[in-house]
Write a protein that binds this ligand. Structure first.
Ligand code: SF4
Ligand code: SF4
Length: 403
């Protein structure tokens, strides 16, 4: 694809890479077949090939219409198209440039602007979101059932853990800490049984993904640098990994090296942080997990979040760990499709998100599992809103008794 870059953008730092990505697309359209929004809406411009053309147009004209921005807004950033693309088009990198330009050139209506700002002012801050969760718990009886199911039911039990020689960093995260602190607590317990100490640093923060997805790159950088500063002393003390229990955060941390490559003070540290980051399934796959064997023979439908299967390209690890310790994993239709959570998407694009959720839940429940499992807090909460069947983080299925 030939691109004539608009003169106003020729000095833009990411344009050369965007141009290269555009050139790698051969317009075959294979990606449309696995794009959730194309499947639902049937509009070429709501599929990856069409969006690629729209971004090309923005780069060539230096301008963006409201309609174009809306087509980009409707993208879930699920990266299913990247998994499908035979030419290796790095669609998500292109989308990030396209969205940044769309944001600058097509002002949003006031309500949309305020809603986005409010989300960015609350969700990434664990103290603020905890206050909201606490208030919601007090109002629980009068809240809709979908919200009630999202609220925490238990506070994590206090654990007595041994200090081991092997050390990993376990990021606190933001929303997960407020809604499901038991996930990290179970993770600490599992790692302890394997002879690994998981340390969490109080001064770390949101990974920055929400700001990055809303094209607020300065804000995302602030979060990334805060985390690097918080984790660096433990890295220097020999932490062997940064372990993520939320696949969306893991994907973001694995991208720190790329996102801070331009920053002379942080580029090297960011690269190191990205290299050290692993999803908890990657770490456990290399350990002897036979000690977690269970005898309950429950049937599990596992939803692999897009950030795990398409973003990090981790497939089969969780499933084989769960199989190995005695669970029966159920196959279901359209396992590659997004559940509609996608960060703030479930709030910003409610109609599409709800349709995707309904389809996902219908597929997951078809073979009547005992439990739905997943690997990311956003997907977990979103799916809980759509079913009475228990939805858990898969780690919670292998967590040993807390002694
Ligand atoms: S599958 Fe890849 S090469 Fe084909 S249209 Fe989609 S992005 Fe372009
Ligand atoms: S990221 Fe997902 S929603 Fe966006 S174009 Fe690709 S497949 Fe479609």
């Amino acid at each position: 694809m030939q691109t004539q870059i608009h003169k106003s953008l020729q000095k833009h730092p990411a344009i050369a890479q965007a141009d290269e990505i555009l050139r790698s697309c051969v317009h075959c359209g294979f990606c449309n077949a696995t794009c959730p929004t194309y499947q639902l809406l049937g509009d070429e411009l709501d599929g990856p090939r069409g969006r690629t053309y729209l971004i090309k147009q923005i780069i060539e004209t230096g301008s963006c219409t409201e309609k174009t921005r809306e087509h980009l807004d409707r993208c879930l950033s699920c990266r299913s198209c990247e998994t499908t693309c035979p030419s290796g088009v790095q669609y998500s990198r292109l989308l990030s440039v396209g969205r940044e330009l769309a944001e600058k050139n097509s002002p949003r209506k006031i309500f949309d602007t305020l809603l986005r700002r409010a989300l960015r002012l609350v969700i990434p801050y664990r103290q603020r979101i905890s206050v909201i969760v606490t208030i919601a718990q007090k109002l629980k009886p009068i809240l809709p059932a979908a919200i009630q199911r999202q609220l925490p039911t238990q506070t994590p039990a206090g654990l007595t853990l041994t200090r081991h020689q092997r050390l990993v960093i376990l990021p606190n995260g933001c929303a997960q800490d407020a809604f499901a602190a038991d996930i990290n607590s179970d993770c600490r317990n599992i790692l302890d049984k394997l002879g690994i100490t998981a340390v969490s640093i109080d001064s770390d923060s949101c990974c920055g993904a929400m700001s990055e997805h809303m094209s607020q790159s300065a804000e995302a950088e602030m979060f990334m640098k805060k985390n690097i500063d918080a984790w660096w002393p433990s890295i220097e003390s020999g932490a062997e990994a940064i372990v993520s229990t939320a696949s969306a955060c893991g994907l973001m941390i694995k991208d720190y090296g790329h996102l801070l490559a331009h920053d002379a003070d942080y580029a090297d540290k960011a690269t190191r942080v990205s290299e050290l980051c692993v999803d908890i399934s990657e770490l456990l796959s290399n350990e002897d997990c036979s000690i977690f064997e269970n005898t309950q023979s429950q049937r599990i439908s596992f939803h692999a979040p897009c950030t795990l299967q398409h973003g990090q390209r981790i497939t089969g690890k969780v499933e084989s760990l769960l199989n190995q310790i005695g669970y029966e994993l159920i196959d279901y239709n359209d396992a590659h499709l997004c559940c509609g959570s996608a960060g703030a998407y479930s709030i910003l694009q409610k109609n599409i998100s709800t349709q995707l959720l309904n389809n996902k839940i219908e597929n997951l429940l078809q073979a009547q599992p005992d439990i739905i499992a997943t690997a990311n807090i956003g997907c977990l909460l979103h799916m809980r809103s759509g079913t009475d069947t228990p939805v858990k983080h898969w780690l919670q299925l292998i967590s040993p008794a807390k002694d």
